[in-house]
Write a protein that binds this ligand. Sequence first.
Ligand code: GLY
Length: 326
Amino acid sequence: MTTTTPFLTGQEIRDRFLQFYSQYKHQILPSASLVPEDPTVLLTIAGMLPFKPIFLGQKQSDFPRATTSQKCIRTNDIENVGRTARHHTFFEMLGNFSFGDYFKEQAIKWAWELSTKVYQLPPENIVVSVFENDDEAFKMWEEIIGVPPQRIKRMGEKDNFWKAGPTGPCGPCSELYYDFHPELGDDDIDLEDDSRFIEFYNLVFMEYNRDADGKLTPLQNRNIDTGMGLERMAQILQKVPNNYETDLIFPIIETAANIANINYQKATEKTKVSLKVIGDHVRSVVHMISDNITASNTDRGYVLRRLIRRVVRHGRLIGIEGKFIN
Ligand code: GLY
């Protein structure tokens, strides 16, 4: 990365995203609760979830465009938390949304402007992916933005067709990846290689509804739904080796390390994993409780209980015992 890329705090990254889209007439909305109105999921898993009825044409939006920093929880990768550089249960998703207003070309142009002008990522450090048959998106990246074709990758349904669940609004997507090692060249680009690439911004061209039989029906409107991982952008701009060592999570890790009398930098890998799990899960637990979720044996209450138990277990593993009051 060139040295001109700024160091931005998590708060600055969030503010700049919202301000950028606000100048382009997006209404800044507060994060919705982690307890979704949508009965098909236990927790808010993406920035688009509060807008699902609008995308489905069941509700009118008060605004044609919106932007949010949405608190989210996903537990499908819970075993990877602390073990990889970027898996979380709790994270914030920065998003810009168009409800039947602008579509693919404008979303791509703004995503590029935000990434390269506001966050000042060097263009040569960005690789993009498109859905395998989305020639239109490929052409826009190549001809309008100027991304070299060898740095535009076509990917299949698993990676580049986004859906919130088995049914509901969905569509092909295009993702922006940060390349930590552009000097390795364009010949063997493998976007699954997370020692080289991190996906940081997903642009969903949401134009279908999927029914229970998997049938796709065009939505009444063509919409835009995007998600940028705040923690991932913080890793990139704070130049740290993983999301946990950003200012969004590291203060929690340091507090747990102090309680356990551990120096994080000198700790073993196993201890670091426990500290990262604690850093991640404490965020989930605090935000769940502040959204009025209580620990129980069922549904989201069980998710909370499991997260608390995992924090306690990892605390014990690093030697924290008994009560701690500061
Ligand atoms: N809805 C876009 C995303 O979650 O990436």
